[in-house]
Design a binder for this molecule. Structure first.
Ligand SMILES: Cc1ncc(COP(=O)(O)O)c(C=O)c1O
Length: 442
């Protein structure tokens, strides 16, 4: 019997079953791979009627798009045979020199030999974890911390322990205590992951005095620091602090990125590491992806050499400063008693603590029904914390949208508060809005 291939395309089995036949075959490490709360939200929050205070997308509409178009053309016309060829896993030497100039703005003196270009700093996180973590090894991370770092560490079966933070960043005494306790328990701590500037998600910055203390503690315990600094140049007030790497080249792996200061679409980030570590990272990168996009690196390189990028960052900072100020003013004017929030000096995020008895995750479906989205705090912890917290981003929405978004959000918080006052605790998960996202978290 002959089968018309056009017909067979429409058989259910050809469309793909949702049943996973290979569920018993995955490696153990795949158990730790779960969709992040941010990802689950993107689909819902991107609807036009929703004011999204959720995603941390840079506002690339402020870029000189015509100029970037010219650069793309010229790279093809003038360097096409190199740009369209394989390159090295360590990255384009010219771009690595330029990255040294970028890092010098934050006090880093480095050789371009010690840099590896990565697919965003996210790949650097992956490579560092790949070369350092065996299942069960401990990673220390701030509480809360960057959600996709949690996912990466979990994917390699790290045991993530959080260290308390306050408005001045990680608390040195808590770091010391965590290290002593883990040493007493015979646990192997591989590195301390930190985002010292305008932290994602908390928005706080490690104070200058604490920077020295944190380095001292880590050096005393022989602990490697993984310093992730994608937001450092996006400062809206105050003086820049020295990055940790500037004072401890042998103890710090430093991660940088062009995602926030230029564009995440190029996927260009980097790691600066002590030479032996850098060599391992290059080998790991080779097996992960053979070589980088030569083309993207050349476009970014030309952008840096042909455009006043420092001025461009200043323009970004003015735009983001206005949005941050708008969000802080709206929170100040509208948020109910019992709530508090951080006041970031840069970056993209404000971290809100809700009044007692409210649960940001349970409240989210109601918020989306009211056309405002945020990221519940629970996504930023490896442990069961953050129920009273939410991350708000001010980078992408316009100031008008931010004001409207906060107004809607406060309406939701107030109705949750009155539920709490009536029943003792707020939001049993809302069942009315069938479209509400169901964040898929461990
Ligand atoms: C703290 C932190 N690290 C790393 C990244 C990854 O950025 P990219 O891979 O685009 O450089 C992000 C992105 O938002 C981030 O917030």
């Amino acid at each position: 019997m002959s089968v018309d291939p056009r017909e067979s395309q429409h058989q259910p089995s050809q469309r793909g079953s949702r049943i996973d036949r290979y569920v018993g075959s995955y490696a153990e490490r795949a158990q730790g791979m779960v969709a992040s709360e941010v990802r689950a939200l993107f689909a819902v929050a991107s609807r036009p009627e929703v004011v999204s205070l959720a995603g941390g997308m840079p506002n690339v509409s402020a870029l000189p798009l015509d100029h970037i178009g010219d650069i793309v053309q010229r790279v093809v016309a003038e360097q096409g045979t190199t740009a369209l060829q394989y390159g090295s896993a360590q990255g384009d030497p010219v771009l690595r020199e330029q990255i040294c100039d970028v890092m010098s703005l934050e006090g880093i003196e480095a050789s371009s030999d010690d840099i590896i270009v990565t697919v965003g700093s996210q790949q650097a996180l992956d490579l560092v974890t790949r070369v350092f973590i065996d299942p069960g090894d401990v990673v220390l991370a701030e509480a809360p911390t960057y959600v996709t770092a949690i996912n990466t560490f979990s994917a390699f079966q790290a045991d993530i322990h959080h260290v308390a933070m306050d408005d001045d960043g990680v608390v040195p005494e808590a770091l010391e205590e965590a290290l002593s306790n883990l040493a007493a328990a015979g646990r192997r701590v591989k590195f301390f992951y930190t985002v010292p500037n305008f932290q994602n998600p908390a928005g706080v910055t490690l104070s200058a005095a604490r920077r020295r203390q944190v380095l001292d503690i880590c050096q005393r315990h022989g602990l490697l620091v993984l310093e992730d600094n994608p937001y450092g140049l996006l400062r809206y007030e105050g003086e820049p602090d020295r990055v940790l790497r500037a004072d401890a080249p042998d103890n710090v792996i430093y991660l940088g990125s062009f995602s926030k200061t230029l564009s995440p679409g190029f996927r260009i980030g980097w790691a600066l590491a002590p030479p032996a570590v850098r060599a391992k990272l290059v080998l790991a990168a080779e097996s992960a992806m053979l070589s980088h996009s030569t083309f993207n690196q050349m476009v970014v390189g030309r952008y840096l050499s042909s455009h006043p990028w420092r001025e461009q960052i200043k323009d970004f900072n003015e735009m983001y400063r206005e949005r941050r100020d708008t969000m802080l003013a709206a929170l100040e004017a509208l948020m109910p008693a019992g709530s508090r929030w951080t006041r970031p000096q840069g970056g993209f995020f404000v971290w809100v603590t809700l009044p007692d008895g409210l649960d940001s995750k349970a409240m989210l479906p109601r918020a989306v029904t009211e056309r405002v989205a945020y990221v519940p705090g629970t996504g930023f912890f490896a442990s069961d914390e953050g129920h009273r917290n939410m991350r708000l981003s001010f980078c992408y929405p316009t100031p008008e949208q931010i004001r409207e978004g906060i107004r809607r959000l406060v309406g939701v918080i107030e109705s949750e508060t009155s539920l709490r006052d009536t029943f003792g605790s707020a939001s049993a998960p809302h069942t009315g809005g069938t479209d509400a996202p169901t964040p898929d978290l461990p």
